[in-house]
Design a protein around this ligand. Structure first.
Ligand code: ADP
Ligand code: MG
Length: 586
């Protein structure tokens, strides 16, 4: 091994730096599109071949690059966006490190063509990344074309790390979605083979683009968020708990227009959904946080996905508070509108058919020349608040029961269908929670005759171990033997329910997430299990008076729009929905 120190050639240094910025085709697309956005482009066209490995081309109509600067643009640490360290304080452009073009050029074959608006001629640079780069005049419309081909041709080891075309397309899909959700004022086009995804500008109707990118299902289940506190402004959309996903893939968060993956914010959102989402389900959201740029440091990582807030705790509390309030306000009501600190309204539309727009992913993987359909976008239905409707309660009056599962009710808008088990479960849960918070302890009713249960030794162990927690929730249980338990008391609200299966449910729950560091969460989970258990089961006949009582309780219960498991508790069929169904012109 040579002992003397040598300086790496610029080219090798760039290749090493490229390891951070150029991970895969999607990271190249990100850097190139961000450059176009920084150049104030209004229209950006991305072309992809073979998952981006063969070619990625970005064409924009932005400011262009000065002919004399073209060679410089490809040098490391060459940027037009900042000059001094102070400029980093409130950086407003997406790029500022001057590394991307140099890095990309070092691991691919790159050509750039460009023309500034005030220039007579366009310029092109070829043979980039070799010893003989050439700059020559060409005809080029205003803007810039960056063409990147044969990715990692000179670094075979890195090429091996690329995944299948399908996987790379999925990453590209994610990047395009992030960038396009960040700029409704810019038109995007993505071309792959003969398939084209066109995203027209949608400044006045952001939800239209959201529907194109995330599907009409989300757009239909989106609650608008708009909250302001001092310098902080949070806006965008969150999905109703009933529209959750098994993965956390549809979660988009922007800080001053920059898409970031922030753990802190992810946590705040999760907390806000805690009570209304079933375990293992993930909310969907597109949220924008705007704040004084000096309050946030974006220069944390080369990919700029992470940011650092000066006052992280305040940001977290603000995001949690805003979302928590709007989710709680989703009670059934006329037009059922969520109010966030009086600042904004979101529309809660319980029942809408889900017309899934073709996802970008689907379009990108389309290889045949099938014509691309415009995504189907429905106008949001906002039911205006009408004083005349005020007489009839929001969920109306019961008219009957269907198959002993649903309650049918008539309100000012039309027909309301209520899932009686789901509704009762939510009410019981909220009641138990408030009973607990009033007394710190759920009120207990002692059983006149203790119930003896045989369980597995592991379950007996579990019940004994969590005796205090269970007691706090109103369940008093003693160990009767190695495999038996004696139940002496149950929560007063649940008196009369089947003790054996109640305890079995609770123990099953404890077994699944038995860590005791999350007591409060665990208590809520157990309360939810008990509530579910004790609620009117389907197949029970209710009198009209009982049904109306349930409806009135729903109207005054927080979160009554969905059961504890995130399923809706009721849906509305308006008269005009019905009229349409019967082809009845009015
Ligand atoms: P950075 O974006 O951090 O400045 P890059 O390596 O991505 O660094 O780009 C270097 C410079 O090249 C930019 O500062 C900009 O002046 C110029 N540039 C790159 N892409 C474009 C583009 N599409 N339109 C106009 N100028 C561009
Ligand atoms: Mg850049």
């Amino acid at each position: 091994m040579p002992q003397r120190i040598k300086r790496l050639s610029v080219f090798v240094a760039n290749q090493i730096a490229a390891g951070e910025v150029v991970e895969r085709p999607a990271s190249i697309a990100k850097e190139l599109i961000e450059n176009s956005l920084d150049a104030d482009a209004h229209r950006i066209v991305l072309t992809i071949e073979q998952g981006g490995v063969k070619r990625i081309r970005v064409v924009d109509d932005g400011d262009g690059i000065h002919g004399d600067d073209l060679a410089l643009a490809l040098c490391p640490h060459a940027t037009s966006k900042i000059e001094a360290v102070e400029d980093l304080e409130g950086v407003a452009t997406l790029g500022f490190r001057g590394e991307a073009l140099a890095s990309i050029a070092s691991v691919s074959k790159m050509t750039i063509g460009t023309r500034r608006a005030d220039a007579d001629s366009g310029w092109q640079i070829d043979n980039v990344g070799t010893d003989t780069p050439q700059v020559a005049p060409i005809a080029h419309p205003r803007g810039t074309t960056v063409d990147v081909s044969d990715l990692f041709y000179n670094t075979p080891a890195r090429r091996k790390f690329l995944k299948t075309e399908r996987t790379e397309l999925a990453h590209l899909n994610d990047i395009v979605t992030r960038l396009a959700l960040g700029r409704f004022d810019v038109e995007f086009e993505v071309r792959q083979g003969s398939s084209v995804l066109h995203l027209p500008t949608s400044e006045t109707d952001g939800l239209r683009r959201v529907a194109q990118l995330l599907g009409e299902g989300f757009a239909g289940a989106a609650v608008a968020i708009d909250a302001i506190h001092d310098d902080l402004h949070l806006h965008g959309w969150v999905g109703l708990p009933t529209y959750s996903r098994a993965q956390s893939d549809h979660q988009y968060f922007f800080v001053n227009g920059r898409s970031v993956k922030d753990r802190l914010v992810g946590y705040a959102v999760k907390q806000a959904y805690r009570d209304v989402l079933f375990h293992g389900r993930h909310p969907v959201f597109v949220l924008y946080l705007d704040l004084d740029p000096r309050q946030v440091d974006v220069n944390v990582h080369p990919t700029k996905y992470e940011v650092r807030f000066r006052d992280a705790r305040m940001v977290r509390d603000f995001v949690f508070g805003a979302l928590n309030r709007s989710l709680r306000d989703l009670r059934p009501g006329p037009g059922a509108v969520a109010d966030v600190g009086g600042a904004q309204r979101g529309t809660y539309i319980p029942m809408r058919p889900e017309y899934e727009a073709p996802s970008l992913q689907q379009l990108l993987t389309l290889s045949s020349g099938a014509p691309v359909r415009e995504a189907y976008v429905r106008e949001p239905v906002v039911v205006p608040f009408d004083a005349a409707q005020h007489q009839v309660p929001p969920l109306g009056y019961a008219v009957g029961q269907l198959h002993e599962i649903y309650i049918l009710a008539e309100n000012a808008d039309g027909l309301v269908v209520i899932d009686m088990h789901a509704a009762h479960e939510r009410i019981t849960y909220e009641k138990m929670k408030s009973a607990r918070s009033a007394t710190q302890q759920v009120q207990q009713q002692r059983l006149l005759v203790p119930v003896s249960l045989s369980v597995s030794p592991a379950e007996a162990e579990l019940a004994q171990h969590h005796g205090d927690l269970l007691a706090a929730l109103g369940l008093e249980i003693d160990r009767g033997g190695p495999a038996s338990l004696i139940v002496r008391g149950v929560p007063a609200l649940l008196a009369g329910s089947d003790v054996g299966s109640l305890v079995a449910d609770v123990l099953a729950d404890l077994a699944v997430d038995g860590s005791s560091d999350r007591i409060r969460q665990q208590e809520d989970d157990l309360l939810a299990t008990m509530a579910c258990h004790a609620s009117v089961r389907a197949h029970r006949r209710l009198t009209i008076a009982e049904m109306n009582a349930l409806l009135r309780e729903m109207e005054t219960t927080e979160n009554a729009g969905q059961c504890n498991h995130g399923r809706p508790t009721f849906v509305v069929q308006t008269l005009s929905d019905l009229d349409q169904r019967f082809l009845r012109g009015r």
